[in-house]
Structure formats: C-alpha cells, structure tokens
Design a protein around this ligand. Structure first.
Ligand SMILES: *Cc1c(COP(=O)(O)O)cnc(C)c1O
Length: 471
C-alpha cells in the first residue's frame, strides 16, 4: 500500500493532514470552505426555502485530482441547489436551521475520524456518549441507572427499542407477536417490524380521539382482546409528538395499562421528548418518565445537525444483552463498554460530539428558549388562522395542520396544492400531508427566524386561497 505522503504527492491538494507540521494550504482550504458556508447562511433569506432545480457539477472523479479552488467551486454548485432551512419561511418540515456549535463539532468530528464501534477507536468520545446519554435519560426522568445509545435517526432508535422489547418479552422468532400503537404513530414502526421479520399484521394501529391522541380505552380493549386470543404483545408504542399535528398520547394512562400487564412501553418522543428537558414545557409530555425506552431526536426541534437521535432506556444494559457480539477483534473494554456493543450499528461517527457541544452552547436556558419560541409561534399562527373557517389539527407542541372546514378529499387536495404554491410564491414553504384521508397544509414552527410578520403574511395568503377555492 502506498504511504500517505506518496498519495498526497499525487494530488494537487493536501489529501491527508500532515502529522508533523502545520500546513498553511490546508488551513486556507478549511477557512475558505467555512467562509463559503457562512456566506450561504448570510444570504439564505434572498433565496427561496425550496431552490429551483440546479445543475450539478461533474459527479465521477476525473482522471486527475482537483485543486482546492475548483473543489470549492463545485461545492458551491451543490450548495446552490440545497434545501434552505435558514430561510425564515422554511416551515414545512422538522428540519430547523443548524445550531452553530453543532456545525463546528461536526467538522471536528470528521477531522478526528474516531469510531464509536470500540473504545480504543474513540476513547474520550465513548465516555462522552455514555455520560451524555446517562445525563439525558436521567433528565427525562428515567432514573439514575438509565442511559442509552446514539443512532443515525429515529427510525433506527425505534427499531432497536422494539428488538430489545421483543427479547425482554422472550418473543424472538414468534410470528404472532404484536405491537400496539395509534393510527397516527410513525411509519418507521412498520419498517422496523418488517426488518424484524414480522408480518404487516403485527402492527396494530388503534383509534385516536379528536385531538389525535391514542384512546386509552381502545388500548385497554385491544390488550384484553390480545390476551383472550392468546396473542402476545411485544410492546406498546406511545407517541410524544405525532408527525402531522404534534399530538401527545396520554402517556401516564398508557403506562399504567402496560405496567399492569408487564408490557414494554416504548415512547416515540422523536419530536416531543425534548420538552422534557425544559421547566416550562415538560408537562406537555408528562409521563415520559414512565417509559421503558424513549426515542429522542435532537435533530428535529433543537437544531443539532443531522443525524442526531438517541434511544434511552431505564435499563440500558438490555442493549448489550441484545446487540453484544463480544467484538472478538478488539481489546476488551476498560471503561463503560464498546459503543458498537450497544446497538445495531457497527462503525459509526461520534455524533455525540455535536449533540454535546450544541447543548453546551444552548445551556438549559437556551433549550428552554428554543422550545418556548417554537410553541409560542404555533400559538400565534393558530390565533391568526382560527377565524378563517379551517379545520385546525394541532396539539401541545409546535406543529399545526389545517384544511378548509368540511372540504371533501378532492376539494382538499386541489385547495392544498394551489395554496402551497401560493405560499411558496411568497417564500413560505409548508408541507402537504395526507391526514385522516384528506390533504392538509402543515406548518412546523421550529424555525427561530420566523417572525409574527411572516406568520401574518402566511395567514393572509391562506385566507386568499380560501376565497379562491373552487366550489
Ligand atoms: C421523524 C420521526 C421519526 C423518525 O426519525 P428519523 O430520524 O427520520 O429516522 C420517528 N418518529 C417520529 C414521531 C418522528 O417524527
């Protein structure tokens, strides 16, 4: 194999950092890239939230490597066509502007190129992950011995939770095992069960009330029926923040039913669990602390750069019991254990670094302010929309979906398509989910740059779209 210096000499750029001296060209390369990014942010409000189709640079590597200037020029071309989350009108999805310290940590994380698979590949970062997951689990009320693992997204956190729950229930390989959740639970649960080798009928979606919350009576009935038919339940999944309207299931009542029957309660708090880190909004997710496991996605509301998700458990050792392989090609753990033994992923980036630095940057007051601002904007928009004659689907968090009152599915489809375009023309981007059989427009108010003026404009455009609606 060619030594690093030789590979570097083949390319007109410092392909690998010099381990013995500071390379001014490398510093200039990083500075330039950082300036370019800062410029992209600083001009975000001049571009649409959703850019038009852009021309991509050459995709395949050329016969010769490129110099930094050309690399940066090509990078710029890709940046021009990127979704623009920093625009104040970017309100469509759970993808807020990035927290600046988490961007810095992301760069450093890449530069360290550690691997959370094993302690010897990430000594300080392995401990950072253990300690931070322990802190967050305790902060959400899971108890002193609680902890967990980071995962590349909430879908993976949910999958791991269900695998652990199934093993705890002794149902591995049981084709009749069921998972009970609400009809508004996240689509990742279906994927998880498919990966687990269970048929689609293993997922039992139960009805919600008028506010989009799982009805405890329906759950009690379903649990009773499952028991009567001898069908084992491997877990109940409650959602703290549903994807369309941000509804929070009645967590305490659900936990009581699970506890009475010894059934694992997983709370999918990908959206709402971060409220549990605040003083002012933790009551919105009351009962979170009663879970056996919780999915938290700091990438969604807090702006930690993607991906950032955690699976937290009251008894985190269960992760090792489920996913441990013994890692025969690694030195034994000397600290808290190998990161690769606590989850499904093997080699993985130390995503904990950007989570940790981002949370340190915010502090508890900053976390409170982010959540408070988002919920405040949702309330404001709700007040503006209330007089317009819409069916409003909201909840206690920072999301609001709406459709014209009484519109048929086809009317709602036509209205939502034209209203979304009208809003986009005004640089306001909302999404258009199908919910309860009808298209809605959905606003996610997690963008801290959105002001009352933007929301007033949004309400005006929605009002116009209703006047223009075809009868
Ligand atoms: C976003 C979301 C997920 C999935 O998270 P990813 O990071 O997109 O994989 C799971 N559950 C809920 C409620 C979500 O909103």
């Amino acid at each position: 194999m060619a030594p690093a210096a030789q590979i570097a000499s083949l390319l007109p750029v410092p392909a690998f950092p010099d381990p013995a001296s500071l390379d001014p060209a490398l510093g200039a390369f990083l500075h330039q890239a950082s300036d370019q990014l800062c410029q992209w942010w600083a001009t975000a409000s001049e571009r649409s939230p959703l850019p038009p189709l852009s021309v991509l640079p050459e995709v395949a590597p050329g016969p010769q490597g490129l110099a930094p200037a050309q690399l940066l020029a090509e990078l710029q071309q890709v940046m021009e066509g990127a979704y623009n989350p920093c625009h104040p009108g970017a309100l469509a999805h759970l993808d807020p502007p990035p927290l600046t310290a988490s961007v810095v940590a992301e760069l450093v994380c890449a530069g360290l190129n550690n691997n959370l698979l094993a302690e010897e590949l990430a000594p300080s970062l392995s401990r950072l992950e253990r300690q931070l997951t322990g802190w967050m689990a305790a902060a959400l009320g899971l108890g002193a011995g609680a902890g967990g693992v980071l995962a590349s997204g909430g879908s993976l956190s949910n999958l791991m939770a269900l695998v652990v729950a199934r093993q705890r229930a002794g149902l591995a390989g049981h084709q009749g095992a069921q998972v009970l959740c609400s009809v508004d639970a996240h689509v990742s649960l279906g994927k998880a069960l498919a990966v687990m080798g269970l048929p689609p009928s293993a997922l039992r979606p139960l009805p919600v009330d008028g506010a989009g919350r799982l009805r405890p009576a329906a759950l009690a009935e379903a649990l009773e029926a499952a028991r009567g038919q001898g069908q084992p339940v491997l877990a109940v999944v409650a959602t703290a923040g549903t994807t369309v309207r941000g509804a929070v299931d009645p967590l305490a009542a659900i936990a009581a039913l699970c506890r009475a029957q010894g059934i694992w309660l997983h709370i999918d708090g990908a959206i709402g669990a971060v409220c549990g880190l605040t003083q002012g909004h933790r009551q919105r997710v009351a009962g979170l602390e009663l879970a056996d496991s919780i999915t938290v996605n700091p990438q969604k509301l807090l702006g930690i750069t993607k991906t950032s998700s955690l699976l937290l458990l009251a008894e985190p050792e269960r992760l090792g019991a489920c996913f441990g392989t013994g890692l025969p090609y690694m030195e034994a753990s000397w600290g808290g254990g190998h990161g690769g033994e606590w989850g499904l992923q093997g080699s993985r980036a130390a995503e904990v670094l950007k989570l940790w630095l981002g949370l340190r940057q915010l502090g508890l007051a900053g976390i409170e302010a982010v959540v408070d601002g988002a919920i405040g904007r949702r309330r404001y928009l709700q007040r503006q929309l209330e007089p317009l004659g819409l069916d409003l689907c909201g909840g206690p968090l920072h999301m609001l979906a709406f459709a014209p009152a009484g519109a048929s599915p086809s009317q709602a489809e036509a209205w939502s398509a034209q209203a979304r375009q009208r809003l986009l023309d005004g640089q306001l981007m909302l999404s258009r989910p199908l919910y309860g059989g009808r298209h809605h427009l959905k606003a996610v108010l997690g963008n801290p740059h959105t002001t009352a003026t933007h929301l007033d404009q949004l309400a005006d455009l929605v009002a116009q779209s209703l006047r223009n609606q075809q009868p």
